[in-house]
Design a protein around this ligand. Structure first.
Ligand SMILES: [Zn+2]
Length: 198
């Protein structure tokens, strides 16, 4: 019973035009429109839900990281193409998980203010969000077709972010994949902290 279950690529998909467009995004010097089509078609093949994502674009100028998400606007950089289409699908999926998190906080009245004065609950939320961003691609490794090394690297990220969370009740829920309960408890703490220091 997991929150995200992606569709696996099937043998029959290899006869589809979509597969060719994904491969075309990986040829040397593939141009941005070809890379954009590869991203769009991976989303369709895996059934990744973009209901909370406002925009999702390949950005050749994003070189500091593989992907980023600012309040539901996702940008995917060239680094996401450095391995293979399986890894690219994982990078895109990670960012889409962040869109759902932004929407969840907004629905629960959480507004993140000045990052310099981050409250303890907010610090934990940031680490929980990253942990979840790696957890679901890791849990969907089979559907994404990730290699053993790629799976190991996601598993390592999950472990590092669990350490970063550094809050026993939140870690216990995150380990079970119960991110929603963990987030609800943090939202209660956040709301109480914000009432005491407006
Ligand atoms: Zn992230």
């Amino acid at each position: 019973m997991s929150r995200y279950t992606l569709r696996s690529i099937q043998l029959s998909d290899f006869g589809r035009h979509q597969m060719l467009t994904i491969m075309a995004g990986f040829v040397d010097n593939a141009q941005p429109p070809a890379r954009q089509r590869a991203v769009d078609n991976l989303i369709k093949l895996h059934g990744i839900d973009l209901k909370t994502t406002s925009s999702l674009r390949y950005d050749p100028t994003l070189t500091t990281r593989d992907g980023k998400n600012v309040n539901g606007d996702i940008r995917i950089g060239p680094g996401a193409f450095s391995q293979d289409s399986h890894w690219l699908a994982n990078v895109v999926f990670h960012e889409v998980v962040h869109s759902d998190q932004f929407a969840y906080y907004a629905d629960h009245g959480v507004q993140f203010g000045n990052r310099a004065t981050k409250s303890e609950a907010e610090r934990i939320m940031v680490a929980l969000d990253e942990c979840e961003g790696f957890y679901w691609p890791w849990r969907n490794s089979g559907a994404l077709g990730l290699s053993a090394d790629q799976q190991a690297s996601l598993r390592r990220e999950v472990g590092l972010w669990l350490i970063e969370i550094d809050d026993a009740p939140t870690v216990a829920l995150a380990r079970k994949g119960d991110f929603e309960q963990a987030r609800l408890a943090l939202i209660k703490r956040w709301t109480a902290e914000n009432k005491s220091n407006p």
